[in-house]
Design a protein around this ligand. Structure first.
Ligand code: MG
Ligand code: ZN
Length: 222
């Protein structure tokens, strides 16, 4: 009994150190980005919510005065990195092997991007509604991408993600007629979890309301 307790305590301490070290590296990333005048967005959300598609539709709508780079996090493979590289922007694909990006991985990504000529960096986190929220990366804005196909209960089931975010993009609203999703209920669940979280409903696929998000990105860069 005592033995298993001490093992548990030891594991807990390692996790604490890990999070503290991540916090320190995230702060360094923040300073690196700040010195270069780069605004960074950390896109988080479950798999299949449309994070990559959103970036594909967003980047061509940004003005030439705001060149961007991408750090793409996936457990394995480079499918999303390849999709985004086709837009002609610099992309660093990071294979995490685990379920989230951490600040040290993002640091490596920054080392491989031409920071001198960038104004924006989009970080696409590993598709996961849980632990990406626990690992700050040093990005300026945390954005949670939800989709109507996920159900309207996600903010209360995965509260931390919606608490660390300052913007929620509710994607795939073109599919609303086909799914059992209440936009009103989703809004209530968000307010219950994080009353100051702003929501933009849009569809990367149909382009509906995409400009509201693009304008938000631009407004963060001035
Ligand atoms: Mg993706
Ligand atoms: Zn994880």
């Amino acid at each position: 009994m005592i033995k298993s307790l001490s093992v548990n305590l030891k594991i807990f301490r390692i996790e604490e150190n890990l999070l503290a070290e991540n916090e320190r590296l995230a702060e360094e990333n923040r300073q690196i980005l700040g010195k270069k005048g780069i605004v960074a967005f950390n896109l988080m959300g479950g798999p299949g919510t449309g994070k990559t598609s959103l970036l594909e539709k967003t980047i061509p709508r940004l003005p030439e005065s705001l060149p961007c780079g991408i750090i793409e996090g996936d457990v394995a493979g480079s499918l999303d990195g390849e999709r985004l590289a086709r837009l002609g922007v610099p992309v660093v694909q990071i294979n995490t092997g685990s379920c989230h990006l951490d600040a040290s991985m993002v640091r490596k990504g920054l080392e491989h991007l031409p920071l001198e000529r960038l104004k924006i960096i989009f970080v696409e986190n590993v598709g996961n509604l849980v632990c990406p929220a626990e690992f700050p990366l040093g990005t300026d804005k945390q954005v949670v991408v939800s989709a109507v196909t996920e159900g309207d209960d996600k903010p209360v089931k995965y509260p931390l993600m919606f608490q660390v975010a300052s913007l929620c993009l509710l994607n795939k609203v073109d599919l609303l007629p086909a799914v059992n999703f209440s936009v009103e209920k989703f809004g209530q669940n968000i307010r219950q979890t994080n009353s100051s979280l702003k929501i933009i409903s849009l569809s990367a696929q149909s382009g509906e309301n995409l400009n509201a998000w693009v304008e938000y990105v631009i407004s963060q860069c001035s």
